[in-house]
Design a protein around this ligand. Structure first.
Ligand SMILES: O=C(O)CCC(=O)C(=O)O
Ligand SMILES: [Fe+2]
Length: 292
């Protein structure tokens, strides 16, 4: 890893967790980032997988410009509801009312996952801005999937290296409590799709486990054969020692690499209290093949 040149960028980095997560200070996300700053942040991000910028001001244009400096953005067409009308690259993850009804993104992310794994372009990274949070709770946990892979035995790593794993949007927690018409549309847009069970990061070359609670089975294996292994891998990956738990503050921008981490949004809060976040999603490479 190239050492960080703090003299030119003014960045300072404080690890937040042993397994992953670091706070990055010295950045105003609403200022156009220089190429040197983007390179420095990228290097910290690769090292820590999840990075946190605190005390930021939400400006849609500023956040989009900042996010775009790291790659092309998804317009969230795989889940075409609750985008900002004027900026489809910003998805509202909120329990505010939208169109007179509680938003169905109020329970987004309630089981361990990597974003858009059920699409043919799994997200490279996500950036979530906290506008409003409940008085207590509403935390998000992240697990290091490079560690998860590297701490498996060599025979199991070799076995997984040769496998594809099927993702099914129907395994998204809470999906069956959502509006049936919207759910049917999301299922139609995203049929079950197989991706490599181990992902190689395009920049760092590191291998990471790519199996989550939204995986139904390994391609070519039965559900009965797959289930114990998927359960084991999820349990292995999400051991407390391999997890960073983020306690949000308004003004936090948390950025995670979906290729080397997975996350879960906890329902550990009073659902009558507002929680309002906006997400930009960095497009990942086309991947996978649709199954049955
Ligand atoms: O609300 C959160 O903390 C995260 C929700 C989630 O999984 C996401 O936005 O990708
Ligand atoms: Fe997510």
């Amino acid at each position: 890893m190239t050492p960080l040149d703090t003299t030119t960028t003014g960045l300072s980095v404080t690890p937040l967790g042993y397994a992953l997560g670091a706070e990055v200070n010295g950045v105003d996300i609403n200022q156009p980032p220089t190429p040197a700053l983007v390179a420095a942040i990228r290097s910290v991000w690769h090292q820590h997988h999840v990075i946190v910028f605190r005390g930021q001001r939400f400006e849609a244009g500023g956040m989009l410009r900042f996010a775009q400096a790291f790659g092309a953005l998804d317009d969230h067409a795989a889940t075409p509801f609750y985008r900002l009308d004027e900026h489809p690259e910003l998805l509202q993850v909120t329990n505010r009312q939208i169109g007179g009804k509680p938003s169905e993104t109020r329970n987004t992310g309630r089981n361990w996952h990597s974003d858009y794994s059920y699409t043919d372009h799994p997200a490279a990274a996500s950036m979530l801005f906290c506008v409003e949070r409940p008085p207590v709770g509403g935390d998000t946990m992240f697990a290091n999937m490079v560690n998860a892979y590297e701490t498996l035995s060599a025979p199991l790593r070799t076995f997984l290296d040769g496998l594809d794993v099927v993702y099914d949007v129907g395994l998204t927690a809470g999906i069956n409590e959502r509006d049936p018409a919207k759910t049917a549309e999301v299922r139609r847009l995203n049929p079950p799709i197989a991706h490599p069970a181990v992902r190689v990061h395009p920049d760092s070359g590191r291998r990471a486990l790519y199996v989550s609670e939204r995986s139904s089975h390994f391609h070519g294996m039965t559900a009965a054969e797959s289930r114990p292994l998927i359960d084991f891998l999820c349990q292995h990956a999400t051991q407390p020692e391999n997890v960073y738990r983020h306690v949000w503050q308004p003004g936090d921008l948390v950025c995670w690499d979906n290729r080397t981490s997975m996350h879960v949004a906890l329902a550990d809060f009073d659902q009558t209290q507002p929680r309002h976040m906006l997400r930009a999603t960095l497009l990942g490479a086309q991947s996978g093949f649709v199954v049955g």
